[in-house]
Design a binder for this molecule. Structure first.
Ligand code: ACO
Length: 325
């Protein structure tokens, strides 16, 4: 087998126009801008308009990423969409994107690994490219989390928002830029601490509706421990240390989780990308949105190593070390 890897050749993002500020939420539940800002780090989040679905955000982000890559849509071999808030379970969001962008040759599938889904999707794409089976794969994470929120539950409704991010991965010779290593992990023993009841074939009569249920403190502790370990393992697998890393792009769930991980990893604040204040937790979309903004802001230079690191329901968690082209 050739020594192949996958290099990021395009990034894109899509955010709904509508902003929901902490002041807006103060009108809906017993909360305050001060509590949300201090405890979570969010000032506002985006929310889809009527008639705007996950596939719309996904297709917009995909078009952006494709334009940056310079590829024609029919060069794509596969489209993978990470989402746990699809328009419908089938057709998949990836098929709707395939139609919208005109990727005539591409296969299409959705993956569901909650907030870690983008890293699972990237890992799948990397394996396809590394094996020589495929040359160009579009990886998208798109979420309309506001469709799963109970707007009377202050424990959850202040935390989340909607958005999408995308990357194009293309085959390249290993040993240079591209994906260097990956860790994917899960522990279903903690399935109960973060869940979306009534979202599938099982009925949960004890819960009214289809709303996120979360044991916030438990999730917080697991996130800090598991994301720290996973990032460390991904670096070791790439033969690198934290000193080699120019930027950490963590899942944006809570500013205190991000700060705790940065402290444990020994990374200074200027090497951690944070945009949670603008968008809240867009589930699996936080990392590709953040990556896109890091590129727009010139935070990644050719040859820089960066880490993506996520955690979510399942429980699932994962990390990748990547060298920017
Ligand atoms: N506004 C004001 N007060 C609030 C709010 C709110 N929105 N929410 C909770 N409180 C109150 C609580 O009722 C509690 O009051 P009490 O002391 O009188 O009982 C107090 O604030 C403290 O509550 P805690 O739950 O202990 O607050 P904590 O500091 O743990 O923060 C939070 C809660 C933000 C949820 C935190 O635990 C967290 O971020 N957890 C991780 C969340 C996360 O990562 N989710 C990932 C989802 S990923 C996916 O796959 C969907």
């Amino acid at each position: 087998m050739q020594n192949l890897t996958a290099v990021i050749t395009g990034v894109g993002k899509a955010l709904p126009d509508r902003r929901v500020t902490n002041a807006d939420l103060e009108q809906m539940v017993e909360t305050s801008d001060e509590w949300i800002s201090k405890r979570v780090g969010i000032k506002e989040r985006r929310m889809v308009a009527d008639g705007e679905w996950t596939s719309h955000l996904a297709a917009r982000a995909a078009k952006d990423a494709l334009a940056m890559s310079g590829l024609a849509a029919d060069a794509l071999d596969l489209i993978i969409v990470s989402t746990t808030t699809p328009d419908t379970l089938y057709p998949s969001v990836s098929c709707l994107v395939q139609r919208e962008i005109g990727a005539a040759r591409a296969g299409a599938m959705d993956v569901a690994a909650a907030c870690t889904g983008f890293i699972y999707a990237m890992g799948t794409a990397w394996a396809m490219i590394r094996s020589g089976l495929m040359k160009h794969v579009m990886v998208i994470a798109a979420e309309v989390v506001t469709s799963s929120l109970d707007w009377t539950d202050r424990d959850t409704c202040v935390l989340f928002g909607d958005g999408a991010g995308a990357v194009v991965l293309s085959a390249a010779e290993g040993g240079g830029a591209g994906i260097l290593s990956m860790r994917l992990q899960a522990d279903g023993n903690y399935a109960d601490i973060l869940k979306l009841p009534n979202s599938g074939s099982r009925a949960f009569p004890e819960y009214a509706g289809r709303f996120i249920k979360m044991q916030g403190n438990d999730v917080f502790k697991h996130a800090v421990r598991d994301m720290t370990e996973c990032a460390t393992d991904a670096l070791a697998a790439a033969g690198l240390t934290i000193g080699d890393v120019s930027l950490v792009i963590p899942h944006q769930a809570n500013i205190r989780i991000i700060d705790a991980i940065a402290t444990r990893l020994g990374v200074p604040p200027e090497k951690v990308f944070i945009n949670i204040e603008k968008y809240g937790n867009t589930s699996s979309a936080t990392i590709p949105i953040a990556l896109c903004e890091a590129v727009e802001q010139g935070r990644l230079k050719p040859g820089d190593v960066f880490i993506i690191d996520a955690f979510g329901a399942g429980l699932t968690w994962g990390a990748m070390a990547i060298r920017w082209k």
